[in-house]
Design a protein around this ligand. Structure first.
Ligand SMILES: *[C@@H]1O[C@H](CO)[C@@H](O)[C@H](O)[C@H]1NC(C)=O
Ligand SMILES: *[C@@H]1O[C@H](CO)[C@@H](O)[C@H](O)[C@H]1NC(C)=O
Ligand SMILES: *[C@@H]1O[C@H](CO)[C@@H](O)[C@H](O)[C@H]1NC(C)=O
Ligand SMILES: *[C@@H]1O[C@H](CO)[C@@H](O)[C@H](O)[C@H]1NC(C)=O
Ligand SMILES: *[C@@H]1O[C@H](CO)[C@@H](O)[C@H](O)[C@H]1NC(C)=O
Ligand SMILES: *[C@@H]1O[C@H](CO)[C@@H](O)[C@H](O)[C@H]1NC(C)=O
Length: 372
């Protein structure tokens, strides 16, 4: 019942703006487009590069978002060594999010070191000039990285041990691979990729029962995590422990959205936003909210199943965990819940983004679930 009215709705919006065109080509691609257009990619269908035991895929990369940011997926088995040697990036702001399994992340700046064991849903901000490193800890760990500005993927192509593709969509290959972190000599020569080795940094390994080392007493899975008050301070947000806003997710207010921001205009100087939106299922009698934002949006499903429609395309997408959709600015699209509980990780460019709009109309909310 939902499909036709929604298609009509998006068609009407497009017609009203004088841009009504119907594209019979699919939104689903298996290669990232080399120009700005709407597209979606199913998890693990994208070819990647292998750096020893880690497979890197780039669902948003290069010209697809006008080089504004890169969305990286790193899938790997546990390792007894660091995943990368300690380094800083002078020009790139790096964001870590745990999709599957656990990893440790170290971030050190201004003589303060914070390190935590990440479980799915946990987030860490590594602004420019922050020394950092990570280690993969579980048999199937997947990190979602957002690096701003774009172009940083050149590093991974340069370091690749091999190109990786799988007819069976295997997230990563079997085999015994060594030192994913690379060697001291190689990392010393990567400045042209904005990698500045910090080999004097010795990551503190003694993690306490709550998954914290270094900065003893840090709040991690045991209290509210506040976002940094500027764009230069590293910080961490455990899954569900950030500040949240509750907003209506459909025109009839029959479904809910809970926004848990990681990066707002304050943490990025207005350049981008990142965080999660949890949605309840859209009742079959309701229309989802449609969006038209001035700048690009990328969403990765991290829990459950979402429906997406994009102006100009007849397809209604069903996206599940690890799937990514990219929508250019000034394009009308809609997003709704197809499962009882679902969550997307969003990246928005600029200050006027899906999350900022939802936060404007919403109210402070202390729970990770919506009202009964
Ligand atoms: C799309 O498909 C419809 C129905 O099959 C057809 O009438 C239309 O010409 C097609 N449009 C394009 C651009 O191929
Ligand atoms: C990072 O440090 C370098 C070298 O000190 C400096 O040139 C650069 O401006 C810094 N980056 C930021 C974003 O502050
Ligand atoms: C860090 O520690 C060094 C050595 O104690 C000190 O010289 C420096 O001023 C400190 N930096 C900051 C930003 O606190
Ligand atoms: C991956 O494929 C590209 C394009 O064919 C090629 O240029 C590159 O050398 C390959 N990388 C490795 C590590 O084999
Ligand atoms: C771990 O968290 C619990 C609360 O969940 C707290 O009581 C305890 O002090 C924390 N332990 C450390 C070492 O911070
Ligand atoms: C979207 O439209 C606004 C207003 O016309 C314009 O300023 C902006 O550059 C457009 N964004 C994109 C991505 O083209």
């Amino acid at each position: 019942m939902l499909f036709l009215p929604l298609a009509t709705l998006l068609g009407a919006v497009a017609a009203a703006r004088g841009t009504a065109k119907r594209d019979n080509s699919s939104l689903i691609v298996t290669k990232v487009p080399d120009y700005v257009r709407p597209y979606a990619i199913h998890a693990y269908t994208l070819d990647g590069v292998r750096i020893d035991s880690q497979v890197y895929r780039f669902p948003v990369t290069g010209p697809s978002p006008d080089n504004a940011f890169t969305l990286i997926s790193t899938a790997a088995p546990a390792s007894s060594e660091l995943g990368v040697l300690p380094r800083i990036h002078q020009a790139h702001y790096e964001n870590f999010y745990a999709l599957r399994g656990r990893f440790a992340l170290w971030a050190s700046k201004d003589n303060t070191t914070a390190s935590h064991i990440f479980m799915p849903g946990d987030y860490g901000a590594v602004p420019q000039n922050t020394t950092h490193s990570f280690q993969i800890l579980d048999p199937f760990t997947e990190m979602v990285g957002v690096i701003q500005p774009g172009g940083f993927e050149a590093l991974f192509y340069f370091l690749a041990s091999a190109n990786y593709s799988s007819e069976t969509y295997a997230p990563f290959p079997q085999g015994s691979f060594t030192s994913p972190g690379g060697d001291a000599e190689t990392i010393g020569k990567l400045q042209e990729f904005d990698v500045w080795a910090q080999l004097q940094f010795s990551p503190p390994m003694g993690f306490d029962a709550n998954g914290t080392s270094g900065d003893g007493g840090a709040v991690w899975h045991n209290g509210i995590n506040e976002l940094a008050s500027d764009s230069t301070t590293p910080f961490f947000v455990a899954n569900g422990y950030g500040r949240k806003t509750l907003a209506p997710a459909s025109a009839e207010k029959a479904s809910y959205a809970i926004v848990e921001p990681f990066i707002t205009a304050t943490q990025s100087d207005g350049i981008f936003t990142e965080g999660t939106i949890t949605l309840s299922r859209l009742p079959s009698s309701s229309q989802p909210q449609t969006w038209e934002l001035p700048w690009h949006t990328a969403l990765e499903v991290v829990e459950g199943l979402v429906g997406v429609m994009v102006e100009g395309y007849v397809e209604e997408l069903s996206l599940s965990v690890g799937d990514v959709v990219f929508v250019p600015g000034n394009t009308t699209w809609s997003l709704w819940g197809k499962a009882a509980f679902l969550k997307v990780l969003y990246v928005g460019l600029g200050k006027v983004t899906e999350d900022s709009r939802l936060r404007e109309v919403g109210r402070e909310w202390g729970s990770v679930v919506w009202p009964v």
